[in-house]
Design a protein. Structure first.
Length: 145
């Protein structure tokens, strides 16, 4: 019996220890241009956390309705504030900076698999209509996952 308890504790401990934290900076200017998340494309494991850091002010991170996996929890960060989220559902998540979505300040996170990619791509055409510049950015990001 005691052996199983140890095994259980060990399993829980390794599960916790193996979840990683990824950092995404919110920037006025980055390698890929003006108003960007960096890195804008992440591939992570289920249960990992992503911390959006307000390196520059007046940005936030917010999930986009219909562009996250089914059952996933949406998020909306406050302007100029760090926000940390834990992603527990597999699939692709697309998020934006609310004040700069017109400039295609968006990012993509893949958790394990791209199972909902087709569903997201259907939404992209319509969503891109809000972009006034960097029209190709989201397509490029999605092609990287
Ligand atoms: Cu922004």
């Amino acid at each position: 019996m005691i052996k199983y308890v140890y095994l259980l504790i060990f399993t829980i401990f390794t599960a916790v220890a193996s979840s990683e934290e990824h950092v995404v900076k919110m920037l006025n200017s980055g390698k890929e241009g003006m108003m960007v998340f960096e890195p804008a494309v992440l591939s992570i494991k289920k249960g990992d956390t992503v911390k959006f850091v307000a390196t520059d002010v007046s940005h936030n991170s917010a999930s986009i309705e219909g562009m996250i996996p089914e059952g996933a929890k949406p998020w909306t960060g406050a302007l100029s504030q760090d926000i940390e989220i834990t992603l527990t559902e597999e699939g692709v998540y697309v998020y934006q900076c609310t004040p700069h979505n017109m400039m295609a300040m968006v990012g993509v996170i893949k958790v394990e698999t791209a199972s909902n990619l087709d569903q997201i791509k259907k939404k992209v055409a319509n969503y891109k209509k809000t972009f006034l510049m960097n029209q190709e950015r989201l397509d490029n990001y999605l092609s990287e996952i």
